[in-house]
Design a protein. Structure first.
Length: 129
């Protein structure tokens, strides 16, 4: 189970937002992600969408495993590796989505910005703790 005392005991990096910000931001980002996916799926095209699907679901997998690795396993280093892979696969997803639906790709930009910020935070937690 999640040990909140462990997390609260960590030295916080500069620019760490309050916990309440994460719930709001992630709610908006998940809505944008799935609107993006919906637009991608429904776009009428002769081009293959398989690569975009694969990248989207791989990044979703990395997104899903980051929290348990960081908070439950308390493995900040491995979590950093996971979030770097997340960054890479979100970039690849955006590139593939752009080929089919520019709007789908643009809707993922806030997500990319947020996870790049999360990468900074994760790296800073590793460095200062």
């Amino acid at each position: 189970m999640y040990d909140s005392n462990w997390y609260l005991s960590l030295n916080k990096p500069p620019l760490s937002p309050p916990s309440s910000v994460f719930v709001l931001v992630w709610s908006v980002l998940y809505i944008l992600m799935f609107i993006s996916l919906g637009l991608y799926i429904t776009q009428d095209t002769q081009k293959s969408k398989i690569r975009g699907f694969i990248y989207f679901f791989i990044q979703l997998f990395f997104n899903a495993i980051w929290s348990p690795i960081f908070f439950i396993l308390q493995n900040i280093g491995f979590a950093l590796l996971v979030v770097i892979f997340l960054d890479i696969f979100v970039l690849m997803t955006i590139k593939e989505f752009y080929k089919i639906s520019k709007i789908s790709a643009y809707l993922l930009i806030p997500y990319l910005i947020w996870i790049l910020f999360a990468t900074y935070l994760n790296g800073a937690y590793l460095y200062i703790n």
